[in-house]
Design a protein around this ligand. Structure first.
Ligand code: NI
Length: 177
């Protein structure tokens, strides 16, 4: 396994639509394992393939930072089929340094997708897990946290980013998704 480079805003790859995975094989399994390693090393709770420059529909999520692996899910071609309720949390992103945004999303979702063992699954997620999955699916559509906010705020962020070295940490204690 290896640690991959996490692409940072405004890298154009992050704006692209990721393609459906047509064949689930060892290559995909290896890619997902590398993504998990990369997510853990970066102290994140979710990572989507476009964030490491791979335009394929695959995500990894593990919201339990105390017991890594306990809540780990790897989903290929994830799709939200049902959504209900509402939750607002302050989200950070491994690809958008020094930036957080309060975003309102459905609190409970049903997600269809595939496992690395080629099993079709339907999984239910709530609260932070549901937020995280939706944030990762946004990445597959080329949507970033900065796309959820106003143009004015986005321009302010771009300016701030230019002034500082982008190697810095994350704003506040928001989860890096
Ligand atoms: Ni993100």
């Amino acid at each position: 396994m290896s640690i991959l480079e996490i692409k940072k805003f405004p890298d154009p790859v992050l704006k692209k639509h990721a393609a459906e995975v047509k064949q689930i094989d060892g290559r995909i399994a290896g890619m997902l394992n590398n993504m998990v390693d990369t997510m853990y090393t970066a102290n994140g709770i979710g990572l989507a393939a476009p964030q490491v420059g791979i335009l394929e529909r695959a995500i990894v999520v593990d919201t339990d930072t105390e017991n890594r692996g306990r809540k780990l899910v790897k989903i290929i071609n994830p799709e939200v089929t049902e959504a209900s309720g509402e939750i607002t949390i302050e989200e950070g992103c491994l690809s958008v340094v020094n930036f957080t945004a309060e975003i309102t999303r459905p609190r409970k979702i049903l997600v269809k997708g595939w496992t690395v063992d080629q099993q079709q699954v339907e999984l239910e997620f709530e609260d932070i897990d549901a937020v995280c999955i939706q944030h990762e699916i946004d990445h597959l559509e080329g949507l970033l946290l900065v796309d959820h906010i106003s143009r004015l705020k986005r321009d302010m962020y771009r300016k701030r980013l230019r002034k500082q070295d982008s190697g810095g940490g994350q704003g506040g204690g928001a989860p890096k998704i």
